[in-house]
Ligand binder design. Structure first.
Ligand code: 4NP
Length: 170
């Protein structure tokens, strides 16, 4: 069966996902790029919308950190996102808002304009399958191993997220 015919059998509701970290130059644009590739490979890019943002706006307009782009490229992900700060409309425009760590989660929780908006906020690692982790660590002050570790955690969690969407188990 070719990919298109196979995908016609997958029946999912459209969903809009926002990945959030602090600066939106390392973890969340990497999650964005990894998830985008998984979704395109599954032929679901018409149903799953993906973006990323940061709780801190100091890098607004910047490409992802050069170290993150380097490590991501080695795994086949080209990261082109331009950093932006989370805005109040995001709580309306997205169905699922995924925080990389507890500080991002707490900041999003404070920014959320309503109880319904708060219910959209989850942790990225809620979708981890193979790795036993409770946050995606900030690699900004780390070396190469820190960036590789982030990509390992994100590949695992993005795969779990796509499975949860396909199985309607969000
Ligand atoms: P991110 O990493 O939150 O994964 O994008 C960081 C980027 C920038 C800074 C901290 C973390 N910063 O302090 O500028």
């Amino acid at each position: 069966m070719n990919k298109k015919a196979f995908n016609e059998t997958i029946d999912i509701e459209p969903i809009r996902i926002l990945f959030v970290c602090l600066g939106n130059i390392c973890r969340s644009p990497a999650a964005d790029g990894i998830m985008q590739k998984l979704v395109e490979d599954a032929g679901l890019d018409n149903l799953i919308t993906i973006d990323s943002a940061g709780t801190y706006g100091g890098h607004a307009g910047d490409l992802p950190d050069a170290r993150m782009r380097h490590h991501a490229r080695r795994r086949g992900y080209e990261l082109h996102h331009r950093s932006r700060k989370v805005r109040s409309d995001d709580f309306e425009d997205f169905d699922l808002i995924l925080a990389m760590d507890d500080a991002n989660y707490d900041n999003l929780f404070r920014m959320a304009p309503s109880p319904e908006a708060r219910q959209k906020i989850r942790r990225m690692t809620d979708f981890s399958q193979r790795l036993l982790v409770d946050h995606v660590p900030d690699p900004y002050y780390e070396g190469a191993n820190g960036f590789e570790r982030v990509l390992d955690i994100l590949e695992d969690a993005c795969s779990g997220l796509l499975s949860a969407i396909k199985d309607s188990k969000l």
